[in-house]
Ligand binder design. Structure first.
Ligand code: SAH
Length: 219
């Protein structure tokens, strides 16, 4: 058993799994991952009693841990297969990262808030998760590690960053919430063998913004 994870937490997690199943998540692998990961350890202590509600919560630096249903929805759309190389933009609390790792992905994740990058690196290590974590600007992706089988963006993007398209393998998938303002449209984009993107819109979601600052790295 993971230190700090009690039978009470496990019971609450079972209920959470039932809740998101009831909202339409079908993938057994995704539901199993949600049932396994101690979400309360990814949140600030002040919110511990809310960890197994299907809600987003503050994690510091003005950011939030995504709602479990949203994490499950994006993970399901990504259709992660064991060994897939997955790029995540917006590590945040690391909860989505943990779900991807439980699904068997090799995860490369980028976070632009130093405080969260440092904190999450320690936490994921303590929980024996081994993603590759990067402090940087997600708009640019990770050219040295490209191409990726799948790309997931966990902040609301004003548009689809072209660097991310370039870093996706043919046949690969991008799941990204797009839109400025309060809500975004979840989009699933699949890259055809000829490099063309086939787009499907998957409904409205609420995310914190994917922040853009073109000369971010030179500051
Ligand atoms: N997957 C996270 C969601 C965190 S919210 C979780 O489950 O907790 C979105 C995250 O994206 C925030 O941590 C925010 O700092 C980060 N972010 C915003 N703009 C970014 C950018 N340009 N590059 C990388 N990360 C970014």
């Amino acid at each position: 058993m993971i230190p700090g994870d009690t039978y009470k937490h496990q019971g609450l997690r079972k209920k959470l799994v039932e809740t998101i199943k009831g909202k339409g998540i079908n993938s057994d692998n995704v539901l199993e991952a949600i049932g396994k990961i101690p979400r309360h350890l990814f949140m600030d202590n002040a919110f511990l009693q809310f960890a197994y509600q299907d809600k987003a919560f503050p994690i510091g630096s003005g950011q939030t841990i995504s709602q479990p249903y949203t994490v499950a929805f994006q993970s399901e759309l990504l259709e992660v297969k064991k060994g897939d190389k997955v790029l995540e933009i917006g590590t945040g609390s690391g909860y989505q990262t943990a779900v991807l790792l439980e699904l068997g992905a090799r995860v490369f994740s980028i976070e632009r808030q130093k405080y969260l990058f440092d904190k999450t690196k320690v936490l994921l290590g303590q929980l024996n998760y081994r993603p590759r974590l990067f402090y940087g600007d997600g708009y640019k992706g990770l050219p040295p590690h490209a191409p990726f089988d799948k790309i997931i963006v966990t902040a609301g993007a004003p548009y689809l960053p072209s660097d991310l398209i370039d870093q996706l393998k043919s046949g690969g998938r991008i799941v990204i919430p797009i839109g400025e303002g309060d809500t975004q449209k979840m989009k699933l984009l699949i890259k055809n063998e000829d490099g063309q993107l086939q787009e499907t819109e998957m409904g409205d979601f609420k995310f914190v913004p994917l922040l853009e600052n073109k000369d971010w790295k030179s500051r």
